[in-house]
Design a protein around this ligand. Structure first.
Ligand SMILES: Nc1ncnc2c1ncn2[C@@H]1O[C@H](COP(=O)(O)OP(=O)(O)O)[C@@H](O)[C@H]1O
Ligand SMILES: [Mg+2]
Length: 277
């Protein structure tokens, strides 16, 4: 076994993030956040609006804001290697799915293979096969020649998910990916993600403000406090997918729900937290 394989897949070590404010003030957003992710699993990240969830997730993906050095101190590692820029094994999916309007569904999912890193890793023939397989997995095989404007929000998010998973990433980073969808579509997407994850056993870090979503999908639930954010709760849910309606409506889930909502309310997040669907 290689040395790298014995290292955690993803770790945040003592992450501090500060942003400069007007009049020489400094806003501390993340305050010594340390997290380690070892297993392919779905990890839900909750916290009050503005506490630094997106900042942390972008750091995991090696995405740097243009105006500031990140992190201010501490480091992110992927398999023991410092992650200082976009990493080919860590792929992001956003709420705004960023599909290219001028490309068809299939061309959008094919898009990453235009880049040298992926040309080097995957032959054209294999890429085409992967794309068709992926389109079938997300239920868009019959929509492959349509353009994003001809699709619903849920279908567009399926395209974004397919474009991420077609790269077979070790780490999939999702920033409130289903937050803009209606309740029914959101529920379908949650079921789809759980199903896809059975096949694509990557490490998912998923930011949400929906406690029910966190308990439905999460193998692990991490709660951040308000700014400056620290980890205030971190627990596992060892119930396999798909999670039954009986379990989801049961006492155990109600208690976990209250526990998380309690943290978020204490952090003053009343208006920003969706506590039921
Ligand atoms: N590039 C940046 N420059 C300055 N301030 C920023 C920048 N990015 C985020 N912030 C500030 O950091 C805080 C956390 O932002 P963010 O990570 O987007 O929070 P969340 O995703 O939890 O809602 C907010 O107060 C936001 O205004
Ligand atoms: Mg955010």
């Amino acid at each position: 076994m290689s040395v790298a394989a014995t290292k955690p897949l993803l770790s945040a070590i003592d992450i501090v993030q500060e942003y400069a404010q007007p009049e020489g003030k400094v806003l501390r957003v993340l305050d010594k956040v340390s997290l380690t992710f070892e297993q392919p699993s779905i990890n839900m990240l909750l916290g009050p609006s503005g506490c630094g969830k997106s900042t942390l997730l972008r750091m995991f993906g090696g995405v740097r804001p243009w105006n500031v050095a990140t992190p201010t101190s501490g480091r992110v590692e992927i398999e023991g290697q410092a992650c200082v820029g976009p990493h080919p094994d860590a792929v992001m999916v956003f709420q705004h799915y960023s599909n290219r309007p001028d490309l068809t569904v299939r061309q959008n999912v094919m898009y990453p293979f235009r880049f040298n890193e992926w040309k080097r890793r995957v032959s054209e023939k294999d890429a085409a096969q992967r794309v068709d397989q992926m389109l079938a997995e997300v239920g868009l095989a019959d929509k492959k020649d349509l353009y994003p404007s001809q699709l619903s929000g849920g279908q567009n998010q399926r395209v974004a998910l397919a474009r991420a998973l077609v790269l077979r990433p070790k780490v999939l980073l999702m920033d409130e990916p289903f937050g803009a969808l209606d309740a029914q579509t959101r529920s379908h997407m949650q079921q789809l993600l759980a199903k896809l994850h059975e096949v694509h056993r990557c490490l998912v870090v998923f930011v949400t403000h929906d406690v029910t979503e966190a308990l439905l999908l999460g193998d692990r639930v991490i709660v951040l406090s308000t700014q400056p954010a620290k980890v205030i709760d971190d627990f596992s849910i060892e119930v396999r997918q798909p999670r039954s309606a009986e379990w989801l409506n049961g006492v155990e889930v109600r208690e976990m729900h209250e526990r998380v909502v309690g943290h978020l309310r204490a952090a003053g997040a009343h208006g920003n937290v969706r506590v039921s669907v």
